[in-house]
Write a protein that binds this ligand. Structure first.
Ligand SMILES: [Zn+2]
Length: 278
């Protein structure tokens, strides 16, 4: 599969994503990537990987990523993994160290649904549970800043300085949605995780697109079917931009785009892109 890049409402996203084969989406602006099903040249530069789950098409390239960064003398990467998989992940790295005869230095952090993960530069990821056939986490990244409380809007700068010195809290934290990545999931995550419906940019897997695989079968395998998005389009009214990933290799890029544009209502199709090369 060819790696690709696109612009998702002002945010460049690069990588690869095909269901069952390989998924790795890079967000260079934030020096991170979601999952590591393949390690392209550009992926080596991503110092942080947020793993959603441990299926091979999402994690299989971790050893190459680690080794290439070490070879180039780059800082040890940080791998963020679901807490439930941490021990097995550490054991995997240990096995590679022994096989490769090298240190392969890295930092491993584990996260669980409900936690907040600080990402620096005023960004924080809210970790949520997706609904796959294996434990899977999603990440909703927010930018946050301090905003003056409305009750102090009329106050002079001298007055504000005095209040601050006296220890008075005069600001509150405002969080703005930047990007949500769901990993592999059934459609139900859109129903259970209401914040996703207000995501500025939503990356959702859509593995199956037509009757070659039924909605029922897609659900059994823990994936989204395009017919479910079409049937529940109203849930996406407040989503800024939708990016569909993880499309099964049985659909060619042009065919996938045609199906998405035909099945979704025009207002939703307009703000939807499919992560496949032209
Ligand atoms: Zn997958």
């Amino acid at each position: 599969m060819i790696g690709m890049k696109l612009d998702l409402e002002g945010l460049p996203i690069a990588g690869v994503s095909r269901g069952g084969l390989e998924t790795c989406l890079e967000v260079k602006r934030w020096s991170l990537a979601f999952d590591l099903g393949r390690c392209q040249r550009s992926t080596v530069g991503c110092a942080r990987i947020l793993f959603t789950h441990t299926h091979m098409d999402h994690m299989g390239a971790v050893a190459l990523h680690l080794a290439r960064r070490a070879l180039l003398g780059l800082d040890p990467p940080t791998y963020i993994v679901p807490a439930v998989n941490r021990a097995a992940f550490e054991a995997l790295l240990e096995a590679w160290r022994e096989l490769d005869g090298s240190d392969l230095p890295c930092r491993v952090l584990s996260v669980d649904a409900g936690e907040s993960l600080p990402l620096g530069k005023g960004l924080v990821a809210r970790v949520f549970a997706s609904d796959h056939r294996a434990p899977c986490l999603g990440y909703h990244i927010f930018s946050q800043r301090e905003k003056l409380d409305p009750r102090y809007h009329e106050a002079s700068s001298e007055e504000l300085a005095r209040l601050r010195r006296s220890g008075q809290v005069i600001t509150h934290r405002v969080r703005t949605s930047e990007l949500a990545f769901c990993g592999d999931t059934r459609f139900d995550v859109i129903k259970t995780e209401r914040h996703l419906r207000q995501a500025r940019r939503l990356i959702l897997e859509c593995t199956f697109l037509d009757e070659r695989v039924s909605v029922e079968r897609a659900r059994e395998m823990g994936h989204v079917h395009l017919d479910e998005i079409a049937a529940h389009a109203e849930l996406f009214r407040e989503v800024g931009a939708l990016l569909l990933t993880h499309v099964s290799a049985r659909y060619g890029p042009a065919e996938a785009r045609e199906l998405v544009h035909r099945k979704l209502p025009p207002w939703l199709a307009q703000r939807t892109q499919v992560f496949l090369p032209d």
